[in-house]
Design a binder for this molecule. Structure first.
Ligand SMILES: Nc1ncnc2c1ncn2[C@@H]1O[C@H](COP(=O)(O)OP(=O)(O)OP(=O)(O)O)[C@@H](O)[C@H]1O
Ligand SMILES: [Mg+2]
Length: 395
């Protein structure tokens, strides 16, 4: 969709801002450009909508060399959220949002309707915020207006230059989540600039890590964190990249432990026998539809204890509920956070697609193994399930 071919930008004073850059962004893909201040991120972005012309090389949009496309026509196809938001201070929120449709000559009513629809989409009530001026909004709300304005003409391509840069970390995380949800609906082709590696990792389908004017690595977030291509990238992603990686590594069924499973209507005697086979200290308890109910300990099943009395009755009377669960595919970070939140030594993992069917249990030890396996798999270009932990030195 967007393709850079050997693009170089040298400014008049001799500064080489971008040096022989080649990469491609697929249709519907969100690529984050991340790197330190002054490394050429904004320059890269502005060449896509011809606010800056390359010194050499070419940029293709949908296979067409943009050097031959009228800049005004080009910008209709490209939404742009500029660094520092850049709302017009003397225009209302609704007018700001309708800027592009207005420039495109839409009828006033249609442009305003579209603007209202977009404000709604980014979580602002047009009736409340539409008539305000930018200075009457919070920082996060201004950023949302910036995104709404870029989406106004429904362009297939979005350029976003640190769109969430000017807000505190809590608001930023909320905006990022909203944006991910929005992107899953609108599926734009997005180039997203940030200097924050955490943001790049959270949002990007792939990440381009910039050194000075050059891409040092262009890969999926987990790969950049797990197998930095150069010492520069390793340094940039930080010593805690293992921790960051938790947030981009999904739980897979193969990571899970399989404790004994009993059902609510099993007799206490049968359940006790099931645990005795493995000398297990506890079992997962499921209902008749194999959905998670909770757990039961070996002690609770032992005769005369756990309140059932005399060894009779069913698991139902003695089981404990369990609320700490996640679907397969949730991140290891969510898993860790859920464990901490519930003060649980394990969490249940369910198949979100198949009516919450129980799949297995994730323990801290299994979480650690999953992380190790995924890092090692990336380093070798293998699938995680193929990695034998025994073969990793020090594991
Ligand atoms: N008009 C200009 N003339 C000369 N040099 C420029 C011009 N614009 C940018 N530069 C230089 O080009 C380099 C890249 O600038 P650019 O704005 O692309 O960086 P950036 O990665 O977006 O940085 P930041 O994270 O601070 O926004 C910098 O060294 C900058 O000083
Ligand atoms: Mg910049």
């Amino acid at each position: 969709m967007i393709r850079f071919e050997h693009v170089t930008k040298r400014y008049a004073d001799g500064t080489t801002a971008v040096d022989d850059l080649s990469f491609e962004v697929a249709e519907g893909e969100l690529v984050t450009l991340v790197g330190p201040s002054g490394c050429g991120k904004t320059t890269t972005m502005k060449m896509v909508n011809r606010l800056i012309e390359p010194t050499s090389g070419r940029i293709l949009l949908d296979g067409e060399d943009i050097a031959g496309v009228d800049p005004v026509e080009l910008r209709r196809r490209i939404g742009y959220v500029i660094q520092q938001v850049g709302l017009f201070p003397h225009k209302t929120v609704l007018e700001n949002t309708a800027t592009v449709p207005h420039l495109l000559g839409w009828q006033r009513k249609k442009a305003r309707e579209r603007a209202a629809e977009l404000l709604d989409l980014v979580g602002l009530d047009p009736a409340v915020h539409g008539s305000r001026y930018p200075h009457q909004l919070s920082g996060g709300q201004r950023q949302r207006v910036g995104v709404a304005r870029a989406l106004a003409a429904d362009p297939p391509v979005l350029l976003m230059d640190e769109p969430f840069g000017a807000v505190d970390p809590v608001v930023r995380e909320r905006l990022q989540n909203e944006f991910l949800r929005l992107q899953s609906q609108v599926r734009k082709t997005v180039l997203f600039v940030t200097h924050d590696i955490e943001e790049a990792v959270r949002l990007g389908d792939r990440i381009a890590v910039y050194g000075h004017g050059r891409i040092e690595q262009f890969d999926a977030p987990a790969t950049v964190l797990g197998a930095p291509a150069t010492p520069y990238v390793a340094d940039f992603v930080g010593a805690d990249r293992g921790l960051k990686r938790l947030s981009v590594t999904p739980i897979e069924a193969g990571d899970l432990e399989q404790p004994p499973v009993v059902h609510l209507d099993d007799t206490v005697a049968a359940a006790g026998a099931a645990l005795a086979v493995d000398e297990a200290r506890w079992a997962v308890v499921l209902d008749d539809a194999d959905r998670l109910h909770g757990w039961i300990s070996a002690e609770a099943l032992a005769d005369g204890r756990g309140g059932g009395g005399g060894g009779g009755g069913t698991v139902r009377e003695r089981a404990r509920r369990m609320d700490a669960w996640l679907p397969v595919g949730a991140s290891l970070k969510q898993a860790f956070s859920t464990m901490l939140q519930h003060d649980a030594g394990w969490i249940a993992v369910l198949d979100g697609d198949a009516a919450d069917r129980f799949v297995g249990v994730l323990t801290p030890a299994r979480l650690h193994e999953a992380l190790r396996r995924s890092i090692d798999a990336d380093a070798r270009g293998a699938a995680r399930s193929e990695v034998d932990l025994e073969s990793i030195p020090g594991a």
